[in-house]
Design a protein around this ligand. Structure first.
Ligand code: ABN
Length: 174
């Protein structure tokens, strides 16, 4: 491998003889300055920057508290507890008394009367807790107050979760 060492030694010496330290530094400086100006204009992938703005609305997902029908719901969502938006999970029964709220459906702009029945007969589900209080009234108006265990009139008073069934629709005049 002596020829290899000789070859590179020769090349290195020629470069050292033909260039001063000052010119080498000047060349290096040009490279750094050029990089500083050119890099910012190179095309970057900026697609991810708009991802938050384009995130899908949760107003249509009935397993999240943002869902439009839950505008006055205080409790655990039955859609996260084995039930549906309007039916109780197996092993529980719907409350005999309830409270109502009025929520606007963003899809058609109409106001709907929503019955927030509790599901009774099993311990609290514990998933998807939700507490929204649009147009809720203080406790002296029981039918439009949500912070109450509505299993009070059932054979078991144990609260499990809350459904949100449509029971009426506004005529659009308000
Ligand atoms: N209606 C939901 C609920 C149950 C128990 C206590 C408070 C609120």
């Amino acid at each position: 491998m002596k020829w290899f060492d000789d070859f590179f030694e020769h090349k290195t010496r020629r470069v050292a003889q033909s260039s001063s330290r000052r010119s080498a530094l000047a060349k290096l400086g040009k490279i750094f300055v050029g990089t500083a100006f050119v890099l910012p204009v190179l095309p970057f992938d900026r697609i991810g920057q708009g991802a938050h703005a384009a995130a899908p609305s949760k107003a249509n997902d009935d397993t999240t508290c943002d869902y439009w029908r839950y505008c006055a719901l205080d409790g655990f969502l039955c859609t996260c507890c084995g039930g549906t938006i309007s039916s109780c999970p197996p092993g529980t029964e719907i409350s005999k008394v309830t409270w109502v709220g009025t929520c606007r459906n963003p899809a058609d702009g109409k106001d709907y009367l929503i019955s927030y029945n509790d599901c009774c007969g099993a311990t609290a589900c514990g998933h998807c807790g939700c507490n929204r209080n649009e147009r809720e009234r203080p406790g002296y108006r029981m039918g439009v107050h949500n912070d109450i265990n509505w299993c009070m009139a059932n054979s078991s008073n144990m609260y499990n979760c809350t459904v949100a069934a449509i029971v009426g629709v506004g005529d659009g005049k308000s």
